[in-house]
Each structure stands twice: as C-alpha cells, then as structure tokens.
Design a protein around this ligand. Structure first.
Ligand SMILES: Cc1cc2nc3c(=O)[nH]c(=O)nc-3n(C[C@H](O)[C@H](O)[C@H](O)COP(=O)(O)OP(=O)(O)OC[C@H]3O[C@@H](n4cnc5c(N)ncnc54)[C@H](O)[C@@H]3O)c2cc1C
Length: 481
C-alpha cells in the first residue's frame, strides 16, 4: 500500500514541538547563580568554538542579556542553534565541575538559548563589522554552518564574504536536516538573517560547478572556502531498494522542513536501517508523525551503537523499538510497494568482527523503509570542482590546523573536511579557516573573540563609556559588558 500523511495539522505540530522549553527569567537567573564561574573553566575548553561560558552566564545573573548574547555570538555566530542542537552532555555540560561534586551540571545549553533568544526576539544587532573594509573578497561554497561560521568571522575582520548555496535557502542541515523538535527551519533562517546583518552576501539557488565554475570564482575572489558538507546516504544494495517507500533518512527529514508537517507521508510500520544519530532522528520523527510502529534495525549490539545515549533514551521514550543483530537482505514487495524486510541474523565476535548468517533469516512486515547508513563523501564533486585539491584516503578534504588545503588560497571545514561531526565543530572550523584566510591576507594572527581583541570594531570608534569599551574593560568587569 502507498503511504500517506497520518496526522492532522494540530496534532502534528504538537508532537513536533520543541522538546526543551525556554527558561523563564526567574529560572534563568536561579540556574545562572548555581555556576561557580570557574577560572580557566573546563567548559570553555570543551566548546569547539571556545565560548567564554562563565562570562555569558555571569551576565545572565546580572540580567545583562544583550551583553551575554554578545559574548556568545562573538565566539559562535550560530550560538542560538548550537544552544538547541549541541550534544551538551558530551561537550560543555559534560566538562562542568559540578559533576565532580556529584551535582547536576549547569544547564549551559538552556542558558545559552535564553540569552540568544533575547537578540532574535528584540531584533538586536550586537556584533558590528568595521566600516573600513580590507578590499579582500572570499567566496564560500555551500551555505551551511561551516561557511556561515567562516563568513561571519571574515565580515568581523573586515573582509567581504559571499556564500554560494545550491538550495533555495541557506543554513545547510540546520535549515533542512536537524530534528524538527530541536531546531525549526524558521530559527535557522533567523540566524541566516543575523549573518546578513554583518554584510555577508548569500547567493542561494546557485550550484558551484554547475551555475558558476571555480575558475570563475578564482577570477573574482581572493580566496575560497569549501563548506560543502557530505552527500547522499550510503546504499543498501539489496533487492527491493528502488521501491517508492524506501527513502533516505535525510530526504524524509527534509520533506517536513520544506512542507507542512501534516502533509508528509509516513508509513504505519516504519523500519529505520542504522543506529547513528540520524537514524534516531528519523525513527523519533516517524513516530511523532503518527507511525504506529517505528523500529531501528542494527547489525551490531547495543554497546556498539554510534548514537549518543541521550538520543537513544529519547527514541525509547517516544516508543521507538530496536532490533539488534539483524541485517536487511531484501526489501519485500507487494503490488509495487514495500511489504516488509527480510532480515539475516548477525553476530559480533570479541574482536568486533561482524558475521552475517544469510542462511538464518526471518521476515517482518513494514510499509516504509528509511535508510540511515551514514552519508557518502563528496569525492566526485570535489574532484570535478577542484581537480588539484588533495583529499584524505577516506574522501574528506585534507587541511592543516587552520583549515588551509594544499592549494594556498583554498580553505575548507565542516563535515566535508571532518567526515561528519556536529554543528558546533563546523562553526569552529569555519571560524579557524577565516582566521587562516585573514593571516594569508594580512600576516596578522588573531587570538580570542574579535570584538574583544580588535580595538574600535564597533562602528570604527571606541564605544562611549569605559564599561562599553571592550579594550578598556578589565577581565573581571566582563560581566557588565
Ligand atoms: C540528520 C542529521 C541530524 C543532525 N543532528 C545534529 C544535531 O542534533 N546536533 C548537531 O550538532 N549536529 C547534528 N548534525 C550534524 C550537523 O548537521 C553537521 O555537522 C553540520 O550541518 C555540518 O555543517 P556543514 O556546513 O559542514 O555542512 P552542511 O550543513 O551539510 O551544509 C553544506 C551546504 O553546502 C551546500 N552545497 C554542497 N555542494 C554545493 C555546491 N557545489 N554549490 C553550492 N552549495 C553546495 C549544501 O546544499 C548544503 O547546504 C546532524 C546531521 C544530520 C545528517
């Protein structure tokens, strides 16, 4: 049977609503006051963008929300989305000293969201690029978190940044791929607007390699940043894979980022192949969109799951089921539609070697199969775009610690270079590459957040009062700025 949308608009919206509600002002101040404001805080080191977490939390405790948001955004321009999507329990909150005291870590993600929401709700511009420009221009291929992190930093350093994005909207997976109940496309697009305010130009609907070539970009720009992310989901390569109800996880998730939630077709019995974070996102969202049964099928055991434990717990709470030690060998068909899966039992030995016993199979009924086996590298596209670009053996872009590739004016970062990590890694790598590009242009090294290290960045003149002027403010007075 073909699959159809299951829920009405109201139920779909309720099921997919954000899972972490915003703090009230009282809750935020109480939580901020639990922070010990550690010197040399481990949470800062655990953040790939190096946000001064004790400083922004201190500012919340003194009700200086604009200053708090500025502290976040000058280190991480996507601080609003990272507040929602970061795996905080393995990053900043996982490093919180409260854990050594057997106490709950400070809820850094929720506090970060509280501060950054203030900027969006009040339409504030808290970061100001210098009016005097360097005259240097950088083209960024791809409009995801890596390019946005790079472009914002370049703008704050006085360089012109133009992002080329093939999709109709910028934001990359933030706009099209992150679980809806963590980050809505609307929130992602608000961040795109924030970056536009810095003077970054977005040319959407433009595919580099098709609509414009790299050699054309090289004529117009002084440097190039490659932030193309990853490609399609790996194939199953089994009979029945071409049936209409067999979908890639990313395509399924993208559908309800571009269409109303209640118009997205979902099966009543959904199988999700794979057990990484994308598989978890697919299974929970299938369930929330009305699937009666949504099952993860994984070839190894629970201890080998690549998904974070908290994501696994979330899926269990949503009623998702898990079948371990099973490998799909055929998608079963009836009248041209998915009717189920034939699964072979598998086992893993002490050395982690997987064995599939294709003589020991069983069948289960499903009407939809979602593939979440990881994303392919963009090897072919990169070879076409930049034939001289050096790739690692696994197909990722080879860079040094500053994001510079073997071609001196070409830098890279994000999933296409790191093989697939988190939004915050992409932003951090983009930012590092921007500093590398700045060094290429000026031979100048930049340390720390730009608004703090560069005199006169705000409208090209020192800000009025001593407290407002970052250059004159002492470290211990940061809480008031
Ligand atoms: C399903 C899913 C869920 C995730 N959930 C989380 C999460 O909860 N938390 C988290 O921190 N991370 C999550 N991630 C990871 C995170 O989304 C990525 O690490 C991050 O988006 C990488 O950013 P990027 O800019 O490198 O790539 P992308 O976000 O993929 O952006 C690359 C952009 O480049 C564009 N592009 C590609 N080629 C061209 C071209 N030739 N011309 C023009 N444009 C081009 C693409 O259209 C795309 O918009 C998730 C990933 C997936 C797949």
């Amino acid at each position: 049977m073909p699959i159809r949308p299951i829920l009405d608009a109201e139920t779909a919206a309720r099921n997919m609503a954000e899972i972490e509600p915003k703090y009230s002002p009282q809750e935020a101040v109480v939580e901020a006051n639990r922070c010990l404001f550690c010197f040399d805080a481990p949470c800062i080191k655990a953040c790939p963008t190096g946000i001064d977490i004790p400083a922004f939390i201190k500012k919340i405790s003194t009700r200086n929300l604009t200053g708090s948001a500025r502290t976040i955004l000058e280190s991480n321009i996507l601080g609003g989305s990272c507040a929602r999507v970061c795996p905080t329990s393995v990053l900043c909150e996982g490093a919180c000293v409260m854990l050594d005291r057997d106490q709950q870590p400070i809820k850094i993600g929720r506090l970060q969201r509280y501060a950054t929401d203030h900027v969006f709700e009040n339409d504030l511009q808290v970061l100001h690029p210098p009016k005097q420009k360097s005259g240097k221009r950088v083209a960024l291929i791809g409009g995801g978190p890596a390019s946005m992190g790079c472009a914002a930093e370049l703008a704050l350093l006085g360089h012109e940044a133009v992002i080329f994005e093939k999709k109709p909207e910028a934001g990359g997976l933030n706009t099209y791929g992150i679980a809806y109940y963590k980050l809505t496309p609307e929130m992602s697009l608000q961040e795109v607007e924030l970056i536009k305010q810095l003077g970054v130009e977005f040319r959407t609907g433009v595919e580099v390699g098709k609509d414009v070539s790299v050699s054309e970009l090289e004529k117009e720009f002084d440097a190039i940043f490659v932030g193309v992310g990853l490609g399609h989901t790996y194939r199953l390569d089994i009979p029945g894979e071409k049936l209409p109800e067999v979908q890639e996880a990313l395509a399924f998730i993208e559908e309800f980022h571009v269409n109303p939630l209640h118009e997205v077709a979902v099966g009543k019995r959904v199988a999700v192949i794979g057990c990484g974070n994308t598989a978890i996102d697919a299974v929970t969202q299938a369930k929330r969109l009305g699937a009666e049964q949504a099952v993860i099928i994984y070839r190894r055991g629970p201890a080998d799951m690549p998904a974070y434990v908290y994501e696994y717990d979330l899926a269990k709470r949503d009623g998702a089921e898990f079948i371990f030690h099973a490998v799909p060998v055929e998608v079963l068909e009836q009248d041209g539609h998915v009717a189920g899966l034939k699964l072979a039992r598998s086992s893993v030995d002490d050395q982690g070697k997987l064995t599939v016993d294709e003589s020991d199979t069983y069948e289960l009924p499903f009407d939809m199969v979602i593939k979440a086996l990881g994303q392919e590298k963009m090897t072919d596209m990169l070879n076409n775009l930049l034939p001289d670009l050096e790739l690692n053996p696994n197909g990722t872009i080879k860079t040094d610690a500053n994001g510079q590739t073997n071609i001196p004016h070409v830098f890279a970062g994000g999933d296409g270079a790191n093989g697939g990590a988190e939004v915050v890694n992409a932003v951090g790598e983009g930012k590092k590459a921007a500093r590398g590009i700045h060094r290429l242009f000026t031979q100048e090294d930049i340390e720390g957040p730009i608004q703090w290290t560069r005199m006169g960045v705000v409208d090209d003149k020192p800000l009025g009062s001593g407290l407002d002027n970052p250059v004159r403010v002492k470290e211990d007075a940061k809480a008031f700025v």
